[in-house]
Design a protein around this ligand. Sequence first.
Ligand SMILES: NC(=O)CC[C@H](N)C(=O)O
Length: 379
Amino acid sequence: MTVPAILALEDGSIFRGIAIGAEGHSVGEVVFNTAMTGYQEILTDPSYARQIVTLTYPHIGNTGVNSEDEEAGTIWSAGLVIRDLPILASSFRSEQSLSDYLKARNIIGIADIDTRRLTRILRDKGAQGGCLMAGDIDEAKALVMAKEFAGLKGMDLAKEVTTPKSYEWREGSWALGAGHKTFSDAELPHHVVAYDFGVKRNILRMLTDRGCRLTVVPAKTSAADVMAMNPDGVFLSNGPGDPEPCDYAIDAIKEILKTGVPVFGICLGHQLLGLASGAKTQKMKFGHHGANHPVQDLKTKVVHITSQNHGFAVDESSLPANLVISHKSLFDGSLQGFERTDTPAFGFQGHPEASPGPHDIAPLFNQFMDMIVAAKQAK
Ligand SMILES: NC(=O)CC[C@H](N)C(=O)O
């Protein structure tokens, strides 16, 4: 028996479909993601907190879900919107169907709606407040809740998704037949402190693969506490919400930059590095969410196909003299990366760890390692 579900938008639209997850309701900013694969990594990416994700690829759930592909310990997305859920999930790695996974995690999902029409609304009008409702449906109430959603501007969510306490990380990338490799400290020559603003596990794994012994710290850890750990480098993670209200992080990053220790920021971390350097950030119309975004390295002119997930961006017109642009989006010309000229620090707006997505821009992690090695040699 199918259970009815709806998605109501702040513009008054109502999409009627069937529930594929839990019953109840959920409110958030509705965004669209154009990745063809990686729905499980997308659902568990903490950067999607308070966002209802619409996947434009029409068949979602084909390969089921498994415990190795989660980017965090829980589903952070506020809900899932898809065109069609296949009757059968088929993969040698599948442990559960997508539908059972959503139900078990109490996440609402809707299928059988026209995701092309929905995406055109989001593209034309911008990301919308939305309400997903499944089971007992009250359309008028759903519309009111969609309209009442305050939006992500001004919302500090990093402090809500961050780890409550510090932990050590030694796990590397996954390989067929071997799973995730665990490294010994002897194999990891560099100590990097990683700020968790909503970190994806694959970022930590790619740092570990390159020789980093990681201490992951809560978002509100002070610069003094981080520097007391004597790090060889400091990493600033991705994360949800607006970077601007995260004053505790911006203040800490300012202090860390003064020490000259190498700093690398991804997505929210990149935006926070920009703010700490004196730049400004702004909300985008519908953001970048997908796994096929062309980004150009301005130095080499090479175009990389990248994974993206952001709704805010560093405002190019606000860059101080000590920030130079390193990368730009070829979709809309927006700023995708910068480097500090006065201290070894750089940021990238997209997701070089992919997961899901292409690996073109993974060498950015090597750039961070080169900075760390150079800084150690200079000591
Ligand atoms: N993936 C991220 O880190 C997202 C950063 C920020 N929350 C944004 O939407 O722009």
